[in-house]
Design a protein around this ligand. Structure first.
Ligand SMILES: NC(=O)c1ccc[n+]([C@@H]2O[C@H](COP(=O)([O-])OP(=O)(O)OC[C@H]3O[C@@H](n4cnc5c(N)ncnc54)[C@H](OP(=O)(O)O)[C@@H]3O)[C@@H](O)[C@H]2O)c1
Length: 259
């Protein structure tokens, strides 16, 4: 039987975060979401279970004072913040934003701040909270061609720091490849392309020609967002799961039927 849990989703309003909140609510868990803009208006307007069930907190992962009090009583944190494009500054304004924006220029969005520092800021704060014993970090598999290597290196830096504190909080690190969902229609043709490429690469002689190109690493399955969300909640539930979960592990754990 599912134990009563209270989880704190950093980025619960995002693409994956929403699916995690939805999945956790369906298990009867208490769900809090932290994001700079709070509840997405589309969710509020939909009247969906998430609209009513999630406690939406406005705050910044880089500013512990904006969320610390809400961690009390939580048993797990799920961190989903991350940027693929460093100059995606409109989507990423962080601490310092109060002082910096008052000077008229928000701090630049860097991979370091978005992918690594937001996670380490929340993890450091979470380690102070009694009873909070699990930290799930949404990392990424190095499968995307032509993306800056710092996208992955900053993810790995965060992973290493979380793994270094595993005696205090169980780290669960998911490394998905591309994620898709019918909720994000643009992701569907990309996922179809990834699947086709994967099949060509592994099952036809054409794969040999691609082996030494930057595209070779893209020959990995795209994952349904809901499957990744299910892997997150299944991993929270099973304390034997710890450490890095690669794409195949995510598929396996995500497919375990919830109790
Ligand atoms: N999408 C993919 O195909 C894919 C593939 C592999 C790995 N990943 C990884 O999976 C994770 C989730 O991706 P996604 O596509 O769901 O991202 P997303 O849709 O961009 O969601 C990011 C969430 O983080 C919040 N956020 C951003 N900065 C914040 C801050 N400083 N403090 C608090 N909240 C903040 C955003 O809300 P606000 O803007 O309101 O703050 C939003 O809720 C990322 O780490 C990404 O690198 C994604």
């Amino acid at each position: 039987m599912s134990v009563a849990r209270k989880i704190f989703v950093v980025g619960g309003s995002g693409f994956l975060g929403q699916a995690i909140c939805h999945n956790a609510l369906a298990r009867g868990w208490e769900v809090l979401s932290l994001s700079r803009h709070g509840a997405p208006s589309k969710i509020l307007a939909s009247g969906s279970p998430s609209a009513r069930g999630v406690k939406w907190i406005r705050g910044d992962a880089l500013d512990p004072a904006s969320f610390r009090e809400h961690l009390a009583g939580c048993t797990a944190v799920v961190h989903t913040v991350g940027v693929l494009m460093e100059n995606d500054y409109k989507k990423m304004v962080n601490i310092g934003s109060t002082s910096a924006s008052s000077r008229g220029s928000p701090p630049p969005v860097t991979y370091e701040r978005a992918n690594r520092d937001t996670a380490l800021s929340v993890a450091r704060t979470a380690r102070e909270i009694q009873g909070l014993d699990t930290f799930v970090y949404i990392s990424a598999s190095d499968v995307l061609p032509l993306v800056s290597p710092r996208y992955i290196s900053t993810k790995r830096e965060a992973e290493n720091e979380l793994l270094a504190h595993e005696e205090r909080m169980r780290p669960v690190i998911l490394r998905p490849g591309f994620m898709f969902s019918s909720d994000r229609p643009v992701s569907l043709p990309i996922a179809a392309g990834v699947s086709l490429f994967n099949a060509l690469y592994h099952r036809t002689p054409a794969g040999c020609l691609l082996k030494h190109t930057p595209f070779a690493k893209a020959a990995s399955p795209a994952l349904r967002r809901e499957l990744v969300a299910s892997a997150v909640t299944n991993a929270i539930e099973d304390s034997r799961i710890s450490g890095v979960l690669e794409i195949a592990d995510i598929e396996r754990i995500g497919n375990i039927k919830a109790p």
